[in-house]
Ligand binder design. Structure first.
Ligand SMILES: C[S@@+](CC[C@H](N)C(=O)[O-])C[C@H]1O[C@@H](n2cnc3c(N)ncnc32)[C@H](O)[C@@H]1O
Length: 448
């Protein structure tokens, strides 16, 4: 039997090992390969690390990979202290195997001996790491000995965000504000859904609560496809903050509306529900397939267009939504890979693309028409500063401030009258009900 096949056979024979191997590989795909964590769990993922895994092992893989990335700062710090000579070069997945094992030993309810033994076996299975099984064993045993110390460090929050991002958030939100945001990123977020109608009824049926903005927040962790109303298209998953920008457009039946960055379609669904004629535009044909499937489940309609928004041409629209591609730092609770995979230069590049989209949208907005620009970013360059620059460049546009009369909580409205949420809003003793994604949205109107 060739060596690789023999390794696979051994892995398959050892309970728990396939999940540990998959988790280490996915952590590597994210940290080194720059893949998005949620995409690693998609059936279309390349490489697919989950092929042949039992559903139970997929769930365990997800839990190990998610906690590893959520807690990456303190885990790396602990491993740095324990690896006296640092990580050996050319050691393949060694770092990711150690990260996955450390996540289990510090933050998951895995038995110590199982987590250590499986990490050692995983190390031995791979030719590049085989020589380091003794190191792995020693490091992880020492981690268990010093666990209280590392858990105290984790509780202090000191390593919970990459320093460059923590520094940015301190500048934008102050010391206490940044700390509160980072602390919220350590919590698993609740699942919010937008309902077509009857939020109270759906909250009761789905064991949730109706939030002040009308979204329903679920307490359950049951897979969504198994929940009442999913297959009937009565609701869709959408964070409570993500549900606000489309509302600010207040679209009406028969208006022509452009959703400029539409896929996978959460906001398109909201716009379509108002019976406006919606053009759902996105550069990604793949992601638009998801949008089409989502709208079909919800029995809603939009015209789909695959195009680059920055050069899109059409007759002017009554209303335009730009849910621009962004650093997504406001979604770090849901996507704990975001802080560790973004780089400072990404924000600059994305801000330039957002400015181009705004410029194109300005040309496509009718006189008297509305334009809502939003991002799920905490970075002022992708929000407040972007809009300030747009208004300077486009004197024919003015801001129409967001108001509490529209059902937007006062704490969500900044001094300029724009929407600004941060994850630490809506604190709750019950972690299953706390927080909201970080979002920015501004509503602009073109002079008639
Ligand atoms: C934040 S996501 C949109 C989420 C969507 N509005 C929703 O609510 O489900 C940003 C989208 O912008 C798309 N995108 C990125 N660059 C683009 C471009 N130049 N033109 C059009 N779409 C683009 C991406 O493919 C992605 O689907």
């Amino acid at each position: 039997m060739p060596a690789e096949a023999a390794r696979e056979a051994e892995a398959a024979r050892t309970p728990g090992l396939p999940a540990r191997l998959a988790a280490a590989s996915i952590i590597g795909d994210v940290i080194q390969g720059g893949h998005r964590l949620d995409e690693c769990f998609s059936p279309q993922a390349v490489p697919n690390r989950l092929a042949g895994l039992e559903p139970r092992d997929v769930a365990l893989t997800r839990s190990i990979a998610t906690v590893s990335l959520r807690r990456l700062g303190v885990i790396r710090h602990a491993l740095g202290e324990l690896l006296e000579k640092g990580l050996p070069r050319q050691a393949g997945r060694l770092e990711y195997t150690l990260i996955a094992a450390a996540a289990q030993l510090l933050f998951l309810e895995a038995a110590d001996h199982a987590a250590i033994d499986l990490a050692v076996r995983a190390t031995k299975l791979e030719p590049k790491t085989g020589a380091y099984s003794g190191v792995v064993n020693g490091v992880l045993r020492n981690l268990v000995r010093r666990r209280d110390e590392f858990l105290a460090l984790a509780a202090s929050g000191e390593h919970d965000a990459p320093p460059w991002l923590a520094q940015r958030w301190r500048k934008a939100y102050g010391e206490a504000g940044a700390q509160a945001i980072i602390a919220m990123h350590m919590q698993e977020p609740p699942l919010d859904v937008s309902v077509k109608s009857d939020p109270q009824g759906w909250a009761e049926r789905l064991d949730g609560v109706v939030l002040p903005t009308g979204s329903v927040r679920l307490k359950t962790r049951t897979p969504i496809t198994e929940l009442d109303g999913y297959s009937d298209g009565e609701w869709w998953v959408q964070d409570a903050a993500a549900a606000l920008p489309a509302r600010l457009l207040a679209t009406k039946p028969d208006e022509r509306v452009l959703d400029m960055c539409a896929a996978p379609g959460g906001k398109t669904a909201q716009l379509a529900l108002t019976r406006a004629h919606v053009v759902a535009l996105d550069r990604s044909a793949e992601r638009l397939k998801l949008l089409t499937a989502n709208l079909s489940r919800l029995d809603l309609h939009a015209d789909v267009a695959v195009a680059d928004a920055t050069g899109y041409q059409a007759q002017p629209f009554d209303a335009i939504l730009i849910d621009a591609p962004c650093s997504a730092t406001g979604t770090s609770r849901r996507h704990p890979d975001v802080p560790w995979t973004k780089k400072p230069g990404d924000i600059e590049t994305l801000a330039a693309l957002q400015a181009k989209m705004l410029a194109r949208a300005a040309l496509l907005t009718k006189a008297g028409g509305r334009l809502v620009y939003c991002t799920c970013s905490l970075e002022p360059e992708e929000g407040e500063q972007q809009i300030a620059a747009f208004l300077r460049r486009n004197p024919d546009f003015r801001r129409e401030p967001v108001t509490t009369a529209e059902g937007i909580p006062a704490e969500f409205i900044n001094r300029d009258g724009d929407l600004r949420t941060v994850p630490s809003f809506w604190p709750n003793d019950d972690a299953r009900l706390a927080g909201i994604d970080g979002f920015f949205a501004a509503r602009l109107v073109r002079q008639a």
